[in-house]
Design a protein around this ligand. Structure first.
Ligand code: BJW
Length: 228
């Protein structure tokens, strides 16, 4: 491990791949023939809500059959033991970091197990096929949508993330292709503020050249090695 004080960890779909969840842009990255870019937009939700709900219902159902892997567990150990600053920013909408025990974390692209009311903007736990009870009496179930950040929408927690990047001594990116912004730009921001940068991925990502070091291999093996 390292003795650097403030750490920001960014995770992507690759960290959950060894738990059995599909990544977005690999060979199995299509869902019923649709690219994620065609399903995850406000326009797609307006045009074909049944398709979009089916996509997220399937993803939600898949959560019941998976468990955290050694990479999630290693980050949870880091969270419990690290005396300095730590923020685990995940692009993933699964709950595997929490189930492994991580606490200092943030879901920048939303959560499968959360519903968002399009009428009042409140978020609540997803508890039913169409989101269960509405978050507040003023809105009805029809107004609920998956609490997912679609393309063109502002990710959650940007101010907190920017602040953590500005004071980071080390930025670590795990299991992400670097294809989607603003997450793909975090490495530049961290470097600009003087952080050391490390990438852990099955293959060099689109932004590999921006990292001080790239370790190529499965997260389930390399993340525990990095943390210990
Ligand atoms: C392993 C492994 C193993 C496998 N071990 N590794 C042109 C330029 C710049 C930006 C834009 C642009 N045009 C449009 C934009 C903006 C747009 C964008 O980036 N589009 C790109 C397609 C170009 N971004 C947005 O719209 C975002 N909002 C935004 O920009 O708001 C404005 C703003 C302005 C200023 C500041 C801030 C904001 C919103 C993006 C929302 C993304 N949503 C999704 C879907 C929702 C969640 C869900 O349904 O699950 O999020 S898309 C999808 O991609 C999902 C992911 O979180 C995201 C990233 O994917 P990820 O995690 O990297 O997965 P993969 O599959 O791509 O990669 C997996 C990697 O793991 C691979 O490299 C494998 O090799 C590796 N791997 N097994 C280690 N075992």
């Amino acid at each position: 491990m390292t003795n650097r004080r403030n750490i920001v960890v960014l995770t992507g779909a690759g960290i959950s791949a060894e738990s059995g969840l599909a990544t977005f842009r690999g060979p199995d990255g299509l869902w019923e023939g649709h690219r994620v870019e065609d399903v995850c937009t406000p326009e797609a939700l307006a045009r074909d809500p049944v398709l979009v709900h089916r996509f997220y219902d399937a993803r939600r159902a898949a959560l019941a059959h998976v468990t955290p892997n050694p990479a999630h567990a290693a980050l949870a150990r880091l969270d419990a033991a690290w005396p300095g600053g730590l923020l685990i920013v995940t692009q993933n909408v699964d709950d595997l970091h929490e189930r492994a025990g991580a606490r200092r974390m943030l879901h920048m692209h939303g959560e499968l197990l959360s519903a968002l009311c399009t009428a009042c903007g409140r978020r609540r736990r997803w508890d039913g096929p169409m989101g269960g009870q509405p978050p507040c009496p003023a809105c009805d179930t029809a107004a609920l949508r998956p609490d997912i950040v679609f393309f063109g929408e502002m990710p959650y927690g940007m101010a907190r993330i920017e602040q953590a990047l500005a004071t980071a001594d080390l930025f670590v990116s795990i299991g992400t292709s670097g294809a989607v912004y603003p997450a793909a730009g975090f490495v530049r921001t961290a470097r600009m503020h003087g952080a050391a940068t490390l990438e852990i991925n099955l293959e060099p990502s689109q932004g590999s050249a921006l990292f001080d070091e790239t370790r190529v291999g499965p997260a389930g093996v390399l993340v525990p090695k990095w943390v210990e």
